[in-house]
Structure formats: C-alpha cells, structure tokens
Design a protein around this ligand. Structure first.
Ligand SMILES: Cc1cc2nc3c(=O)[nH]c(=O)nc-3n(C[C@H](O)[C@H](O)[C@H](O)COP(=O)(O)OP(=O)(O)OC[C@H]3O[C@@H](n4cnc5c(N)ncnc54)[C@H](O)[C@@H]3O)c2cc1C
Length: 247
C-alpha cells in the first residue's frame, strides 16, 4: 500500500479559527486581518492564540469549524475489502479505480499469489500473527507453508479464470465477479479534519482490521503535519476515549 497527500488547504488552522471566531464577533471576518480576528483570544503570539482557540473548540465539542479545510489523498494497492470499509464513511469523497474500464489481462497469474495483484494478508506469512477473535496462538513453519500454498493456489485460479473469461469475450465488468475480495484497487479520497478525527477514532483503533489501520495511521501522520495544533490536541486528549460518537 502507498498513501500520498495530493493537495491540502493552505493554513488550515487559520481557516478553522476564522470560522470559529465568526460565530462570536459582531464585526465581519471578511474585512479583518487574521491578527485582528484573533485579538481577544488568550496567548502571547498568534501560534499560542491558535492553540488556545483550537483546544477550546475541541474540548467543548464545537467541531463545525473543523469541516472547512480539506486534504486529498491518493491511495495505491489496498484490497477491495479495505476499500469497502473506508467507503462506509459518508462524509469522505472518493474516486475508485474502475474494474469495468481497467482490466487486468496482462498480469501473470503465477505472480498474483506474491502480492502483485492481490493483497497478501500478514497472517499468511507470519506464524505469530493473532487475529481478532481468534483462538489459539502461533503456528509452525509447516502450517505457514501450507497457508501460502492454499492462498496462492486460490488466487492464481481466480485470476486465470478471470483472464479466460476475458478471452471468451466476457466484458471486464462481468469477468471481475470471479476475482477475490483481496484484489488491489487505487483510490483518491478527500476529507476534512473533523472526519479525519472520526476515522482515526474508528479505524486506527485496536479492533479495526490491520489494513485499514495501516492506511489510517499513514493519513494521520500527514494530518499531524498539516494541522499540527489540532492533531496534537486530538492525540493528547481525545484519542482512545470511550463512548465517542463523532468525531
Ligand atoms: C471495528 C469495526 C467493525 C465494523 N463492523 C461492521 C460490520 O460487521 N457490518 C457493518 O455493516 N458495518 C461495520 N462497521 C462499519 C460501521 O458500522 C460504520 O458504518 C462505519 O464505520 C461508518 O462510520 P459511522 O457510522 O460513524 O458513519 P460516518 O459515515 O463516518 O459518519 C460520521 C458520523 O456522522 C453521523 N451520521 C452520518 N450519517 C448519519 C445518519 N444517516 N444518521 C445519523 N447520523 C449520521 C454519525 O454521528 C456518524 O458517526 C464496522 C466498523 C468498525 C470500526
């Protein structure tokens, strides 16, 4: 998997603060400099004032201003399973690579079991991997070898059948029905910091699946650089709290 930040709103925390200050000012924020907008907020300089206001907003559950900035990410090579999970989040915008228009007719079926076209879950190769709700513990090398064999045979057969159906004139949109849920897909997604915090709550948590957790952790790393005050507060005060709804 690869995650890249494509574009993001410049000065996102200035945008958040301006939106929030608008709610409590008689003057029009559109006519004022950012320094004037922040004048009455506690702090010795503008960074301190931003930190004060952002902490205040998050601690009071005033999340609306965190919807104004937006970040756009390109994600390469996640499974269709992971894609199904992330696209459940209704306030994220997506573009998903089409299997109607992109056919995988040039892939060597012998290589798909090595992660070329299908995501290989770590539990196939890692004898110590313990899944959620899984009974039992580590397995021996012989079992791992068998797992690899079953996985590889199964995905190779799927891809061979897919390519055979294409050769028989079946359109890619129908031939894809035989492909596994681990088939890789590329995606572009955009979201605001409020949604990013919500996704982090749900998808970076210990009970989320490893793949979406990995993707969310990478997105969070970008977010910490993009909105440093917001995600510092989030990490220190909000992450891992109980009984959250949104974000
Ligand atoms: C560990 C884990 C296991 C899961 N297992 C399953 C499963 O087995 N089956 C399954 O179907 N799903 C499963 N899900 C998905 C989960 O139920 C949610 O559908 C998904 O995470 C989207 O999150 P969300 O409901 O917060 O909605 P989002 O779309 O992310 O919306 C964010 C917030 O906006 C508000 N909101 C959005 N739309 C509405 C609305 N229509 N009405 C009221 N409020 C709204 C809610 O407060 C919501 O929390 C799982 C999720 C996790 C993290």
């Amino acid at each position: 998997m690869e995650v890249k930040l494509l574009k993001a709103t410049e000065d996102p925390e200035e945008v958040i603060c301006t939106g929030a200050r608008n709610d409590y000012m008689s003057d029009f924020v559109g006519d004022q400099s950012f320094e004037e907008i922040m004048e009455s907020v506690e702090g010795d300089d503008i960074e301190e004032k931003k930190a004060t206001l952002i902490g205040h907003l998050l601690s009071h559950g005033h999340f609306g201003p965190f919807e104004h900035p937006k970040a756009v990410f390109a994600v390469k090579g996640i499974s269709r399973s992971c894609m199904a999970q992330i696209t459940r989040h209704r306030h994220v915008s997506f573009d998903v690579q089409s299997m109607r228009y992109v056919s995988f007719d040039d892939i060597d079926p012998d290589e798909v079991g090595d992660g070329e076209m299908i995501v290989m879950p770590p539990s196939i190769n890692d004898p110590d991997w313990i899944g959620r709700n899984q009974k039992g513990g580590a397995v021996d090398e012989e079992t791992v070898e068998k797992r690899r064999e079953v996985f590889k045979d199964s995905v190779t057969e799927s891809v061979e059948s897919y390519q055979e159906l294409l050769d028989l004139g079946v359109p890619p949109e129908d031939a894809r029905f035989v492909l596994p849920i681990g088939t890789k897909v590329n995606m572009v997604m955009s979201m605001n910091p409020r949604m990013l915090m919500h996704i982090a709550d749900m998808r970076a948590a210990a009970d989320a699946q490893w793949e979406i957790r990995e993707m969310t952790e990478t997105v969070l790393d970008f977010a910490e650089e993009w909105c440093p005050l917001t995600f510092k507060y989030y990490n220190e005060n909000m992450r891992n709290r109980k009984n959250r709804l949104a974000p």
